[in-house]
Design a protein around this ligand. Structure first.
Ligand code: SF4
Length: 330
């Protein structure tokens, strides 16, 4: 099997099938860097189709690094509202400020310098190097992992370990079109080598793929939401206003506005007869009991927000989910 043809085949597929995404539109070098930065922050933990409208709205309001760095943080958060994981928006603004003050308004071309910027880890820095600077990097996201697992038919814990997947990544080798190449591989994972029902008939990798030969497409995954935790949320409603607090207590949703909450034991959750909801947050499966009462309670960091202002206020979708579930409460 001639593996030298792999980049050629992948790029041929990409040239004919790539999605028209707003951050891929033709632009100046500076704008391309800025669009890559914003889109990569938004794509952390969020799917492409969800990100598209947020990206368009965001870069319309903040069209450059400078406009983002000088913007009021609350304004930036307002334009991030609904995307979740608000620390990304805060870090993006901090990174914009640092790029202007320490890097002449450009994205560094060095992995360690990129990783030193707020909110940029291993994956995002490699994506930036590949996409914005055309460096030969293939960032390992879920799409790339899935392709490798199928091409090599990797089925158990050892075979799918991070080290082994990184080793197997040499399968792709390199291309001079590094930016397109990295995006092409991720795109094949997203559109063709889908988690269920891969469209192998459209895939440029069939000749190399063991899963295709064996017709075995099942993927070995560790359960992402393996941590189940139990909480009790206190909903105090007084004259159509709800008590909310700035979260200083939990490491998740830090400094964001939530209903007052406690972590509880499983037994207490099971005994409760109140309303219960499930919310998946990061790698946590949260089971939440909602206790509703009409007392006007004073609480540190707390304030009452009028029901009509829920949509105008910057609230994490977590809090909105609890608020929306209240309509079903008796
Ligand atoms: S041939 Fe099928 S299973 Fe193999 S990489 Fe392509 S889409 Fe995935």
């Amino acid at each position: 099997m001639n593996k030298q043809n792999i980049p050629k085949k992948i790029l041929h597929w990409y040239d004919n099938n790539k999605r028209s995404l707003p951050w891929r539109r033709k632009s100046t070098k500076k704008q391309h860097e800025y669009f890559t930065l914003v889109s990569e922050f938004m794509l952390q933990q969020t799917q492409v189709k969800t990100v598209i409208p947020f990206f368009i709205r965001f870069v319309k309001k903040f069209p450059s690094l400078k406009s983002l760095a000088s913007a009021d943080e609350n304004k930036v958060l307002k334009y991030w509202e609904g995307l979740g994981y608000y620390s990304r928006a805060k870090n993006l603004k901090k990174t914009a400020t640092k790029l202007l003050s320490e890097h002449q308004g450009s994205l560094p071309k060095d992995l360690e310098k990129l990783k030193a910027l707020p909110g940029i880890g291993e994956y995002t820095s490699r994506s930036i190097l590949a996409i914005a600077h055309n460096q030969p990097c293939i960032p390992m996201d879920g799409n790339v992992e899935r392709i490798l697992k199928r091409v090599f038919l990797l089925k158990n814990k050892d075979q799918t370990s991070k080290e082994n997947l990184i080793e197997k990544k040499t399968f792709f080798s390199n291309s001079k079109r590094s930016s397109d190449y990295a995006q092409a591989i991720m795109e094949i994972g997203a559109l063709i080598c889908r988690p269920s029902l891969p469209i192998c008939t459209s895939c440029p990798l069939t000749a190399y793929c063991k899963a295709y030969k064996k017709k075995d497409f099942a993927i070995f995954t560790k359960n992402k939401f393996n941590k189940t935790k139990y909480f009790e949320a206190q909903v105090h409603k007084h004259k159509n206003k709800y008590l909310l607090i700035k979260n200083k207590k939990f490491n998740f949703l830090k400094n964001l506005i939530i209903f007052p909450m406690n972590e509880i034991k499983k037994e207490k959750f099971q005994l409760s007869i109140d309303k219960k909801i499930n919310i998946k947050l990061s790698n946590m499966n949260m089971k939440i009991t909602i206790n509703k009462n009409n007392n006007r309670k004073i609480i540190k960091n707390g304030f009452f927000l009028d029901r009509s202002n829920f949509s105008k206020f910057i609230l994490p979708s977590f809090t909105k989910k609890i608020f929306n579930s209240l309509h079903n409460l008796k």
